[in-house]
Design a protein around this ligand. Sequence first.
Ligand SMILES: [Zn+2]
Length: 316
Amino acid sequence: MTYDTSLLDAEIKDLILEAVAERNTTLYDTEKDVKKVIRDAVKAIAIGIASGVFSIGSREKKLLDAAVGKIAAGIAEVLSGRMSATITTAAKPVTVPLIEAANSAGLGKLNRSLEVGFQKRELKVFENLWQFERHGRTLSARIWDVSESAVKEIKAILEAGVGQDAVQVARALTAYVKEDAKTWAKNYPNMQARMAGRVPGNVNYEALRLARTELTTAYRDSAVAACINNPMVRAIRWMLSGAHPMQDICDDYAVRDYYGLGPGMYPPGDYPDLAHPNDLCFPAPVSIGRKALEAKLAGYVEDQTSAPDVGALLEG
Ligand SMILES: [Zn+2]
């Protein structure tokens, strides 16, 4: 993942890079966790299969149904924890320096209110993500959908094993979530043949895509929310991810000057939504500068009408 970091605001560059690195580590860790949730559910099916000649009876159907619930609960738990961590991380580049500036401007007494205000915002971002409907489905419903679709892949494997020795089927199932499709097809040629040429899909694919999209959205939404009415923020820059293989809408967002603030710069309230699934672009705040911020905060204490954004921020 490469970004043109020379574009970042020098004063808060390290904080931004730290936050994005943390987001990317979280994405990686979450993928591992989601894969494990699915692997564990598959293991439980493999263990539960009746011995002898394999068939899909009521016992196997029950195992598959239980797997949907187990996967959905597991993904929801993983995502919930990771999203809330990412939300806090994303806000830091514009919360930490603001609180420091308030301290050095002799306004430490404002800090408790600022902290509470930002915490409220972070909580709101978290709640909104769970309530938000994509294609008419809330996040919980979408988690259920990807769990069902993972179990559908698992069921296809089981169907290919009907009539074979159950031990072999259980082994093939466990191998399926560990190996890539090609290796699996090579190791279990009979089952692959019985899938009538249908290349087995990746059981994790949809769940991983959902997890990645929710986490990058959580980061985006929180980074932007922390900038709104934030007296230190001048604009937000669209930082283009170097991971784009082709030109897409992100390239446009990163270079066009829509608001007269400079190429790729947006007022916090008008920062674009995540452009596409798996997008790793990120919002980078641009500050008014430490000196100007301290002057603004000092001015606010003298005369509250001088900096309405500070007032709005304190009101949450
Ligand atoms: Zn992008």
